[in-house]
Design a binder for this molecule. Structure first.
Ligand code: F6R
Length: 243
């Protein structure tokens, strides 16, 4: 796409048409959602469509990819707060339909919690559409290099590069959590449709490695090459290294 704005409009329209199609037959829609700078314009457009009366989220269930650990939902850095500010506070989604990994749990409770997160997705029939950004390490969700293809929702250690990229948001690298809870590569790969978005030249190299490189754990996004219904939606700058 010409730029991130046009690309975001395209993605928001695909999500809106999925919601409208499912609404006709009163079916629910399960969306997998991402945070970070990449999807914000998509959320702006979805809010806009809702305010114009074009779509309702009353039949939509959402599962966010990840949350820092530990993290309190009220913290300015929490992904709960991010999602409320960018999307949930402005649409008609029932609160009980929203799922974001809980960064307040004790380590002992995490294993069961992560398994239950997976089961909730499965019990709702799986993710219809998964939105992804990509980190400079090639991470999807917070599946850093070394994550296996079948990995599930779990506690992970964040890569140094990822923590450096988050440093300005946290007013210094030392304040960035070292861990996060993330849906696994396997959880993501089970989605019926996947849209990965990337903007700007800072993502050009990792986009090239992900799309054209060998499939390997050191660049987790390369696993997406094996998905049957996955598109990379790019602006010109992030696509500039593709041959
Ligand atoms: C966020 C997530 C991450 C980001 C990635 C890119 O929920 O799962 O994989 O999508 O780190 O972040 P931005 O969009 O800020 O460049």
């Amino acid at each position: 796409h010409e730029n991130a704005d046009k690309a975001s409009y395209y993605v928001a329209n695909e999500i809106a048409s999925l919601i409208k199609t499912k609404a006709k037959t009163k079916e629910s829609v399960v969306l997998g959602l991402a945070t970070g700078s990449t999807p914000t314009k998509v959320y702006d457009y979805l809010v806009d469509f809702h305010k114009k009366g074009l779509i309702s989220f009353s039949n939509v269930f959402t599962f966010n990819l990840d949350e820092y650990y530990p993290m309190h939902p009220k913290s300015i850095h929490s992904y709960v707060r991010f999602m409320n500010e960018h999307l949930f506070d402005h649409i008609d989604i029932p609160k009980e339909n929203i799922h974001i990994p809980d960064g307040t749990l004790s380590k002992e409770d995490l294993r069961d919690y992560c398994q239950a997160y997976e089961e909730k997705i499965t019990n709702l029939g799986g993710i219809d559409l998964q939105l992804l950004g990509i980190g400079r390490t090639g991470h999807i969700g917070f599946n850093e290099p070394g994550s296996t293809e079948t990995s599930k929702t779990r506690l992970v250690r964040l890569d140094r590069v990822t923590r450096l990229d988050a440093a300005s948001d946290f007013f210094g690298e030392e304040n960035v959590p070292t861990k996060a809870i993330t849906m696994g590569v396997g959880t993501i790969m089970a989605a019926k449709r996947i849209i990965l978005m990337a903007w700007g030249e800072g993502k050009a190299q990792v986009i090239r490695d992900s799309v054209e490189g060998e499939i390997k754990e050191s660049v987790p996004a390369t696993f997406l090459q094996q998905h049957q219904n996955c598109d990379f939606i790019l602006d010109k700058a992030s696509a500039s290294e593709l041959t």
